[in-house]
Design a protein around this ligand. Structure first.
Ligand SMILES: [Zn+2]
Length: 222
């Protein structure tokens, strides 16, 4: 149970805001514990507090851990992503073959699968760029495919060069379209600012669905 609302204080509020600015959400749970326990996970700082804790005490101890959480978050993320990509590589052999989100009635070895995805992505991406470039109002000079496990796409904004992960054809084609829109929007904003996300939403109003579908997987956008 998250009990933050019960402990409203300006000290706590500023801790929540500092964490949020680094993309970390604070989750507080009341438990039968003696001491406050902190666990830093990707995008979340989990705190268990004793049932009897006073609001002031809690605000103070959380505030004292804010800098620690922010400084260590990158490392936690990296560890998590490394674990995820190892898991997806080792399970690749026995998982069903998917193309554009649909299970295929045959199996392929890891190398065959990469060639298969490479072929399908090569077939569709030129038309998808033609579709989305005028909508986003940005033009890629060059598109390359890459065996990327830790990213779905990436962009060299100076060269206007975009890389797509060869694993994208496993997911519904809208996921590939979203990655293309995302990377094209970086040609307007070389960051993940609010203005960047506004540009994405304007081009592709339902982007969140496709973003979230990829977000739980091993890839990452950049
Ligand atoms: Zn990005």
């Amino acid at each position: 149970m998250t009990v933050l609302a019960e402990y409203n204080s300006s000290l706590l509020e500023s801790a929540v805001q500092r964490l949020a600015a680094s993309g970390i959400e604070l989750q507080v749970t009341k438990k039968r514990v003696k001491n406050i326990n902190f666990r830093l996970k990707p995008y979340t700082l989990m705190v268990s507090v004793p049932l009897s804790i006073s609001p002031a005490q809690m605000a103070q101890s959380i505030t004292s851990r804010v800098s620690w959480a922010i400084e260590n978050h990158d490392q936690v993320l990296e560890q998590y992503q490394r674990k995820q990509s190892t898991a997806s590589e080792s399970s690749a052999a026995d998982s069903p073959l998917l193309l554009w989100g649909i299970t295929q009635p045959f199996a392929l070895s890891h190398d065959e699968k990469i060639a298969y995805y490479h072929k399908h992505l090569t077939t569709v991406f030129p038309a998808l760029f033609e579709k989305w470039q005028p909508i986003v109002g940005a033009q890629a000079n060059e598109v390359r495919l890459k065996k990327m496990h830790t990213r779905w796409g990436s962009c060299n904004t100076r060269a206007c060069r975009i890389w797509l992960s060869v694993y994208l054809p496993a997911y519904p084609i809208e996921c590939t379209e979203y990655v293309i829109v995302h990377e094209l929007c970086h040609l307007h904003h070389a960051n993940h600012s609010a203005a960047f996300w506004q540009t994405v939403a304007t081009a592709m109003p339902d982007y969140r669905q496709w973003h979230d579908m990829l977000a739980g997987k091993s890839g990452q956008l950049d």
